[in-house]
Design a protein around this ligand. Structure first.
Ligand code: GUN
Ligand code: FE
Length: 419
């Protein structure tokens, strides 16, 4: 079935280009985009056109967001005070994740969270659940969009109530893979919550089924030191030189389908590993921001070094360390923090790394842009006062942080209105 939407459209093309189609028509056939045409050149039937407008004029329409790293089970703790990564995990995150063992709790939280996620315009991404099957099943049941979802794996250095052994994860992963196939993502929480044996099992599992793998890497200096010290206790690392990322690499977890969150404090050797393996990075500026900006104060990744080496990266909220679910908030923090240290970036790059490039990084085809043949997934924003993509985006990012969750007027997934 053909549908035609009349609005103004922003279409991300690259780090330096976002096209703007003012007063235009988005032609959708079933679930796919056919084309965007200028309204004044349109000669077809006009009665079928859906005019997207508010009292000030035509709405601004752009593709849905892709969040490349977030923990849906941490939504309830995103408001909590933060001190540093490891203390915050112990104090707030682990007790919250424990609750997802209860099916009724997982169902209620999923219904609430995925309604909020939809309204924030995020329809694609890679997400972390808890160690419990409920937390993955309910996420797949309640989400609107295309997501990679995995259970965090925790066998070591974790509270007893979140610790399980290899045989538990063997059963869990087999069951989850049978249910969700390629959308299941192998997820060692981080090397510190694992050991070489379980990480090798996870590496083999991902390779055997050709699955994505996601984990954390080099978020804080303290975490790096504690992790490297812990691995000294295993024979193969005694008195050896190794970087944090080598622990993953030795277990077969570093490859083209691996997504590493944070990566703030990488060594030259680790950057080499990214370059040669084509592994990807999820950059989480709101989560890493100073504590006064409601982050964990972990530092700021220098994405320009990644660009120089051709290492792939995209933006992510890392909710609950990131305080807001909206990718507009992540974009704003990205632009503000990098601009403050003298990097020449802007909202156009932020948009590209939250949409088209983010979906490409996760291997999602024909999603995250308003191009022909792409899935008709788009969000509608209030009418704008400017007439080019960058100025419109700048005006949006100048809004207060608290306003982003309520900003989106309506949204469509696969051509269907979802709110
Ligand atoms: N490192 C290990 N687990 C986590 C987590 O849940 N959040 C963040 N930000 N870092 C982690
Ligand atoms: Fe995280």
């Amino acid at each position: 079935m053909r549908k035609i939407y009349h609005a103004n459209f922003i279409n991300p093309k690259s780090d330096t280009k976002a096209d703007y189609f003012e007063n235009s028509l988005l032609v959708v056939e079933d679930s796919k985009i056919v084309e965007i045409v200028d309204y004044s050149n349109y000669t077809g039937e006009t009665k079928d056109i859906v005019k997207l407008q508010d009292s000030d004029g035509l709405l601004t329409v752009m593709p849905a967001f892709c969040d490349t790293h977030f923990h849906w089970v941490q939504d309830p703790v995103s408001d909590m005070d933060k001190e540093n990564l490891l203390a915050w995990l112990e104090q707030y995150v682990f007790p919250e994740e424990r609750k997802f063992e209860d099916l009724d709790y997982a169902k209620a939280k999923a219904e609430f969270f995925f309604n909020k996620l939809k309204r924030s315009g995020t329809f694609y991404g890679a997400m972390y659940a808890s160690i419990h099957d409920n937390s993955v099943v309910e996420a797949f049941n309640s989400s609107v969009g295309d997501f990679l979802i995995g259970n965090v794996v925790m066998t070591d250095n974790s509270p007893e109530f979140l610790k399980r052994d290899l045989s538990y994860y063997d059963g869990l992963l087999t069951n989850m893979y049978q249910k969700f196939g390629k959308n299941y993502v192998v997820t060692p929480r981080f090397a510190l919550s694992c050991n070489p044996k379980i990480m090798t099992f996870l590496g083999d599992f991902a390779k055997k089924h050709d699955l994505y793998m996601q984990t954390h890497l080099s978020e804080t200096i303290n975490e790096i030191n504690i992790t490297r010290d812990y691995y000294q206790s295993f024979d193969q690392y005694k008195d050896k030189q190794y970087d944090y990322m080598d622990l993953y690499d030795d277990c077969g977890l570093v490859h083209e389908k691996a997504i590493f969150g944070h990566c703030i404090h990488l060594t030259d050797h680790e950057l080499d590993l990214f370059e040669s393996s084509k592994a990807k990075i999820a950059h989480c500026p709101t989560s890493n921001a100073p504590i006064k900006e409601r982050g964990l104060g972990s530092g700021l990744l220098d994405y320009t070094v990644l660009d120089q080496r051709g290492i792939d990266w995209a933006l992510a909220s890392d909710i609950g360390a990131g305080p807001y679910i909206s990718m507009f908030d992540v974009m704003k923090s990205f632009v503000d923090q990098h601009t403050a240290v003298g990097r020449d970036t802007d909202s156009v790059r932020a948009l590209y790394r939250s949409t088209k490039h983010a979906t490409e990084m996760l291997g999602m085809k024909s999603k995250g842009a308003l191009d022909p043949e792409y899935s008709a997934d788009f969000i509608c924003l209030p009418s704008a006062k400017k007439s080019n993509a960058k100025d419109i985006l700048d005006d949006i990012l100048a809004l207060p942080r608290d306003s982003f969750n309520e900003l989106i007027v309506s949204a469509y997934y696969q051509g269907q209105k979802v709110f």
